[in-house]
Design a binder for this molecule. Structure first.
Ligand SMILES: Cc1cc2nc3c(=O)[nH]c(=O)nc-3n(C[C@H](O)[C@H](O)[C@H](O)COP(=O)(O)OP(=O)(O)OC[C@H]3O[C@@H](n4cnc5c(N)ncnc54)[C@H](O)[C@@H]3O)c2cc1C
Length: 496
């Protein structure tokens, strides 16, 4: 072959190899399967896609009269109703087979902002992002929300979500009142003193008592925080937390990240503790809302780490470096500490047909943190769980919700996100490991978060939530025909 044409062949082969490599690399950041998937609107699932089911009808909430009409029509036709917000719960809480799903996302108007009393009244389908955009121009910020801002107000109340705040940790503490549409079509204005039972059932009640319409919430001033981080051994964390974090009234938010480096002895031992402390008067910084950036780049690294342990080690070392910030002073507004890019979310979108990312959360009394972490690590290691991230937050006790996850003792919330297969075998394995983790939490006087998978047994649920039986009985008092239902209720709460 003449030299020139051989050179061309080699160049072509190299170009083809490069293209193949780029195509392969892009699969870590892009779910190509989505491009060819037909949109079957009646095949319901939540974001984790663990237990899809065919529903009969999908409705989008517009206004109260239309919602009332949808409910009346469903009753007349004998259809069960499930309520959906952003659908980030992971246990079929927002649908049931053969039922009607009411999607609340378009019921999202901001009704009032009181800058003096620092409150907002908002329709329940609004996301925290929409709330932040409305209140930031008034110098206000959200007091309690999840770490990410994509969730709806209604979904947050129904899970009684917690955040990273240290003084007010659960959303139940900032709810002043809400309107609730009951199964019989009545609307009740529920406050903690006017209707204490409904208040305590609906918050943390997973949409089983009625439809939350509009909600009034306490807000906080938007202020500037200095972000710091320290690295330590997990055994030193409880003392560090008590002395350096809780002992410092300037610190407002805290999030700790245990190592996810599976190749190192530091796996779930080394822990980076990030804190946000009120900046000293006179410090200036930007209050303009920030947005998510570099989504494809970050998805690429996350995608690599889903498949390869070396990539998890790399991700952990990069993350640690970023969190520690090489000693530089970082100023961030309260609103921006609670939105991307500091808390990215687009990055987590993942829709493989073979596997999915799941989250789990265990609430363990502060004094048992170290012992629980030892069990947690052992169970995850021996179960060969593909741990993608882990965080620790603080939750102060609150017994108001009937389904309270930390009713009487201060707890650390220990969270892990892992990638699990969708095959029957992989799911059975995930279920077994989860049950062992729940048992460990129970053994140390803890509980687990009901917002995730249906893996725990009914017995485990009732041990973790001794009021659950009563909560389900009262559901049938307020909703005798069990109009409002979900996969979650059918698994644990329905009439025996
Ligand atoms: C990436 C990620 C991060 C998370 N971070 C945190 C965190 O930091 N802290 C935390 O506590 N939790 C966290 N969660 C869990 C999350 O708070 C809950 O799953 C929450 O319910 C999600 O809100 P949603 O709008 O997606 O609700 P959905 O999943 O849509 O619904 C959740 C429940 O609320 C009910 N519901 C929704 N709207 C209404 C309504 N208007 N009226 C009555 N019932 C309604 C539904 O029926 C369902 O039972 C996280 C979850 C994910 C996936």
């Amino acid at each position: 072959m003449p030299t020139r044409s051989r050179g061309r062949s080699i160049a072509l082969a190299l170009a083809a190899a490069l293209l193949l490599l780029i195509a392969y690399a892009s699969t870590f950041a892009i779910s190509y399967g989505d491009w060819f998937r037909s949109a079957d609107t009646l095949l319901a699932a939540d974001v984790a896609r663990l237990a899809p089911a065919r529903i009969t009808q999908l409705e989008h909430a517009r206004d109260v009269e239309q919602i009332r009409a949808v409910i009346a029509d469903a009753r007349a036709r004998g259809l069960k109703v499930s309520i959906a917000g952003s659908r980030h719960s992971q246990g079929g809480h927002t649908y049931s087979a053969g039922g009607l799903r009411l999607n609340m996302r378009s019921f999202n108007r901001i009704l009032a902002i009181d800058t003096v009393a620092r409150t907002i009244t908002v329709q329940s389908g609004a996301t925290w992002d929409e709330v932040q955009r409305a209140i930031a121009p008034h110098g206000l910020a959200i007091k309690v929300m999840q770490s990410s801002n994509i969730f709806t107000v209604g979904g947050t109340l129904s899970a009684n979500a917690h955040g990273r705040d240290l003084d007010v940790t659960q959303v139940v503490e900032v709810v002043q009142r809400f309107n609730l549409l009951l199964a019989d079509g009545r609307v009740i204005d529920v406050g903690r003193t006017t209707h204490p039972e409904l208040f305590s059932l609906v918050i943390g009640g997973y949409g089983l008592y009625g439809i939350i319409l509009d909600v009034t919430l306490r807000l906080a001033p938007d202020e500037l925080y200095e972000q710091h981080a320290a690295v330590m051994d997990y055994r030193d964390f409880p003392r560090y937390f008590a002395e350096q974090v809780q002992g410092d009234s300037g610190i407002v938010l805290m999030l700790a990240r245990p190592s996810i480096d599976p190749d190192s002895a530091e796996f779930l031992r080394e822990i980076v503790v990030a804190t946000w402390r009120r900046a000293l008067p006179g410090r200036t910084g930007s209050y303009a809302l920030t947005e998510e950036a570099n989504v494809l780049r970050d998805r690429f690294f996350l995608g690599l780490s889903r498949r390869f342990d070396w990539a998890k080690s790399l991700r952990w070392s990069l993350q640690k470096k970023i969190e520690l910030g090489a000693g530089q002073q970082r100023l961030v507004s309260r609103n921006n500490a609670m939105r991307p890019p500091l808390v990215p979310i687009e990055l987590l979108t993942y829709t493989s047909r073979r596997n999915t990312d799941i989250i789990q959360e265990y609430y363990v009394p502060v004094e048992h943190f170290v012992a629980f972490m030892d069990r947690f690590r052992d169970i995850l290691r021996s179960g060969r769980v593909n741990v993608m991230s882990s965080t620790v937050r603080y939750v102060s006790p609150n017994a108001t919700p009937q389904l309270a996850y930390a009713p009487s003792r201060p707890a650390f919330a220990i969270i892990q996100m892992s990638n699990v297969g969708l095959s029957a075998d992989a799911q059975a394995h995930a279920r077994d490991v989860t049950r062992r983790l729940v048992d460990a939490a129970l053994e140390y006087g803890g509980t687990y978060y009901l917002t995730y998978q249906l893996y725990p047994t009914a017995q485990q649920l009732h041990r973790a939530y001794p009021n659950a039986r009563r909560a389900f009985e009262r559901k049938r008092f307020y909703d005798p025909d069990e109009l409002f239902t979900s996969q979650f209720y059918e698994a644990y709460g329905r009439t025996p």
